[in-house]
Write a protein that binds this ligand. Structure first.
Ligand SMILES: *Cc1c(COP(=O)(O)O)cnc(C)c1O
Length: 593
């Protein structure tokens, strides 16, 4: 989302360098477009830099999906999560790309991993990268200069009007304005189809981006004039506008010097480049995609189309709720459908992927124990057959992990589990169990497993990433789990985009519903909302995570209906997967279908 970029004073920056002298590390949050004109954090001495790449051509989408970035100096690169690609030489002496650091992945390091992230934002990172490839360093600088110029024109116009006070702060794209009645100004802007941010009763901020026009700035002048005639236009002011960036913070170093960012600046050249890259991939155009446990589906074109509709894609995550009624209706319907499918009472659409759902679900369990005065419950039992994200997520939540073995067939060793649960019964927080397991096994003792955990004071977290094997046949709720996540990018048709985006909503039983995550700007919580909320806090930057891709899962469920979703049963009528809890048919039907 277009961020507000304010500058710390130059003194503060000198202090940041001072931080090193005192052994303190410096993390800077930044905006990529601003860095086309600003001295980069690395040159200011930051150790780590973070931010969002949304600005680089990715729609707001009511909050996501967007790629974030994390960069660090050489010194810390071995502590980075994920994989790092290095340049090497192949056997013929040509430069080749090589995976330089693979072992950081949670699959290999499990509870020692530095991150639990598995599905990330690969597709969005590629979109942002291609935006930079297409525009190149000069194009980006032109866009940044224009955005800064629009903000500067706005600030200059307000000074001429004299009805409000522009705060004398350096800015890139966001101008802070003092006024008598912030709400009245915001209301007037609203009537002109513009949303302003109200900071407090006397302050608003106005942000500009690539899509803003001079006409938009004229409209803003009329709003801020409060009825006074405006005797100038944004265009007429433009020649008088000067940079508001302090000279010490102006960027002088070159960037994006690699030839990739300096080669494809026309549409047909970019198209050919993208096509060459695409031709190297094995995709559904050539064959089935040989991926294992991910129960991924065909991504039908009709499911994908709504993602491009402006009424879904062009909405700011903090837009007033009355402007997002369609989204709200979809969240409610989808949440209730997923509750029916999972046998749970409430669903949170905030987590951005399966692993984020695991983290959120474990934090829900933690909040539940704390609310009951059991804050000491921090032991998490995890079978060795679990997906690597399970121990990594439990470690992120500060839990103590107790592994439990499996037998030759891959089933959980129930006696070992019983012993572990009893030995830790005073501090048992949760079991994380994948069902069916990563080996593809439907644990026959699953209800006994759930009972053992409950009898010893723990909660059952079911990893529902492979929900396709349960939909319509059984459900985590009916098996006895208390919380589970779904991977909408595996079971419910969101394309996996070479590693992401995804959505990992979590479903919970009634007793856990009050603890589902909320958001400090837009109150959220479970769907349907529980009676009394005691939210654990916030899991994602946006209130409903990567909202823009939810229409994909919603339309998939709509088109399949309850019979279609239970496809496995129709094609394997003899299969008795789960004894008596196999449902004859799902009791839900889709609204309006
Ligand atoms: C894919 C998967 C996860 C992790 O989900 P992400 O969306 O990649 O974070 C967790 N558990 C299992 C069993 C999975 O298959």
């Amino acid at each position: 989302m277009s961020s507000s970029v304010g500058f710390p004073s130059l003194d503060a920056l000198i202090d940041a360098t001072d931080a090193h002298a005192h052994g303190v590390k410096v993390v800077m949050a930044t905006d990529l477009l601003a860095l086309a004109v600003l001295k980069p954090p690395g040159e200011l001495g930051a150790d780590i830099v973070v931010g969002s790449a949304q600005r680089f051509g990715v729609p707001m989408g009511y909050g996501g999906p967007h790629a974030a970035f994390l960069a660090t100096s050489q010194e810390y690169k071995r502590m980075m999560p994920g994989r790092i690609i290095g340049v090497s030489m192949d056997s013929t002496g040509k430069p080749a790309l090589r995976m330089a650091m693979q072992t950081r992945e949670q699959h290999i390091r499990r509870d020692k991993a530095t991150s639990n992230i598995c599905t990330a934002q690969a597709l969005l990172a590629n979109m942002a990268a291609m935006y930079a490839v297409y525009h190149g360093p000069e194009g980006l600088k032109a866009i940044a200069d224009r955005v800064h110029g629009l903000a500067g024109t706005f600030a200059l116009g307000l000074k001429k009007l004299g009805t409000v006070t522009v705060q004398e702060l350096p800015f890139f794209d966001t101008v802070k304005v003092n006024c008598d009645d912030a709400q009245a100004i915001a209301d007037a802007a609203y009537k002109n189809e513009m949303n302003l941010r109200i900071l407090d009763s006397n302050t608003v901020t106005v942000s500009f981006d690539e899509t803003t026009t001079l006409e938009d700035v004229d409209k803003l002048f009329n709003v801020f004039a409060c009825g006074k005639p405006v005797t100038f236009s944004a265009e007429s002011l433009a020649p008088e506008v000067h940079s508001a960036i302090p000279s010490g913070l102006v960027r002088e170093s070159p960037y994006l010097t690699h030839q990739i960012f300096n080669s494809y600046h026309t549409e047909h050249e970019l198209l050919r480049y993208l096509h060459r890259l695409q031709a190297k991939d094995l995709s559904l155009c050539h064959s089935m995609i040989p991926l294992g446990s991910c129960t991924m589906k065909l991504n039908a074109t009709v499911e994908m189309m709504p993602v491009t509709w402006p009424s879904f894609s062009d909405i700011h995550p903090f837009a007033p709720l009355e402007q997002t009624q369609g989204y709200q209706e979809m969240f409610n319907n989808l949440g209730e459908l997923l509750c029916t499918i999972t046998g749970f009472d409430s669903m949170s659409l905030q987590p951005n992927a399966g692993a984020a759902g695991e983290y959120a679900g474990l934090m829900v369990i933690r909040a539940y124990h704390i609310a009951r005065g059991d804050s000491h419950r921090n032991v998490c039992i995890i079978p060795v057959s679990a997906h690597g994200t399970n121990p990594a997520s439990a470690a992120m939540c500060g839990m103590k992990i107790v592994p439990v073995g499996t037998d030759a067939k891959g089933n959980i060793n129930i006696e070992e589990l019983r012993k572990a649960a009893e030995a830790h019964k005073d501090n048992l927080s949760a079991l994380m169990v994948t069902y069916p397991s990563t080996h593809g096994v439907y644990e026959e003792g699953i209800d006994e497993i759930c009972k053992i955990i409950h009898d010893n004071g723990g909660q059952v977290y079911m990893d529902g990433a492979n929900m396709n094997a349960q939909v319509g046949l059984t459900s985590p709720g009916s098996i006895g789990a208390d919380v589970c996540h779904l991977n909408l990018h595996k079971t419910f048709c969101i394309p996996h985009g070479g590693g992401g985006p995804g959505m990992g909503p979590i479903g919970v039983k009634k007793h856990l519903a009050p603890f589902l995550p909320s958001h400090p700007v837009v109150a959220t919580g479970g769907i349907p909302a529980p009676e009394e909320a005691q939210p654990l806090g916030t899991i994602s930057a946006a209130p409903w995570g990567s909202a823009l891709i939810l229409p994909i899962s919603y339309s998939y469920i709509a088109m399949m209906g309850s019979k279609g979703l239970t496809c496995f049963k129709d094609s394997h009528p003899e299969c008795k997967l789960y004894g008596e809890t196999v449902r004859e048919s799902l009791s839900y039907s889709f609204p309006r279908c």
